[in-house]
Design a protein around this ligand. Structure first.
Ligand code: GLN
Length: 288
């Protein structure tokens, strides 16, 4: 018996709900399988779904109930209005990180001369979401990006090519690939979850995303400590440095950055949920 769109969606939302998963997953999966927009799906609730599509839908919903992230099932996540391919080797881009982009673009525009030739590096790029977005939003920047994982770099490279962003990719640990040069903009969404929070993390994240992109030592701050030590050596006198941070880490990271850049201004920026999410430093503030 053929199922209609609304029947499939009703089944999925109650099945997902029963298993403690987000009910909206059904809509996303059906849109993907049918290749339809949300508007079309909602205007064709009484349309029958071809048998083979319904079977694929049924399997996809079951997979998500079993814990597989939707983004791994459909193969991509949207970030800043663009589709980024993802896999088990990279962190799935999060909406909070879009707020990092917004904050950085705003500060870059007001801090630097628009004709300046600026060098920007994204450390631990993962899917490439930050580097690719920054390059596409401000094509005049010269953007480089690194990752310690070769598999992640492949994914990032693929995203850069598909989305048409010219980026210089480098392989290596944290700042290693960037030493011996001076940078104007340094961005990173490093792993920042405290190791012991492993058990309170959703199993969808814990079982499917790379731990090397999630966990940042016993207090989650290991990578910021390393950044604070080494960044002053590789930044131009006037630079912008912006990190994504975990909620509650703002004060600690801002203190490190204030020590590393005593002539600058460091801000803690809150996300739409009111959580501290970004620490951003302008390394030199002129007093006029
Ligand atoms: N925001 C991610 C999460 O909550 C963590 C990302 C990170 O450690 N950089 O799962």
């Amino acid at each position: 018996m053929h199922k209609k769109v609304y029947e499939a969606l009703n089944w999925a939302s109650s099945f997902l709900n029963e298993h403690g998963r987000d009910e909206n997953a059904g809509e996303l999966l059906l849109m993907w399988i049918l290749g339809w927009s949300r508007a079309r799906l909602l205007s064709e609730l009484r349309t029958e779904i071809p048998e083979c599509d319904y079977r694929r839908f049924f399997e996809a919903v079951k997979e998500h109930v079993a814990g597989r992230p939707i983004q791994h099932i459909i193969g991509y996540e949207e970030f800043y209005g663009r589709k980024f391919s993802v896999s088990e080797q990279v962190l799935i881009p999060r909406p909070e990180t879009e707020e990092l982009i917004v904050a950085v673009l705003e500060r870059v525009d007001s801090y630097f001369d628009s004709t300046a030739k600026l060098k920007c590096a994204d450390i631990g790029t993962g899917s490439g979401a930050i580097a690719v977005t920054i390059k596409l939003e401000r094509p005049q920047l010269e953007v480089s990006a690194s990752d310690i994982s070769e598999a992640a770099l492949k994914t990032a490279q693929k995203n850069a090519v598909v989305l048409g962003a010219e980026i210089n990719f480098r392989h290596g640990d944290l700042l290693d690939p960037f030493l011996n040069e001076k940078w104007d903009i340094i961005l990173s969404n490093p792993p920042y979850i405290p190791n012991d929070d492993k058990n309170i993390l959703s199993e969808i994240v814990r079982e499917h995303e790379p731990h090397s992109a999630l966990f940042g030592g016993s207090d989650g701050l290991d990578f910021y400590r390393r950044f604070a030590t080494d960044l002053p050596k590789i930044t131009n006198e006037k630079a912008i440095i912006a990190f994504e941070i975990g909620a509650g880490q703002g004060e600690a990271v801002a203190t490190m950055m204030n020590k590393a850049f005593p002539h600058g201004k460091t801000e803690i920026i809150y996300d739409i949920n009111g959580k501290d999410r970004i620490v951003l430093t302008q390394t030199l503030i002129m007093n006029v």
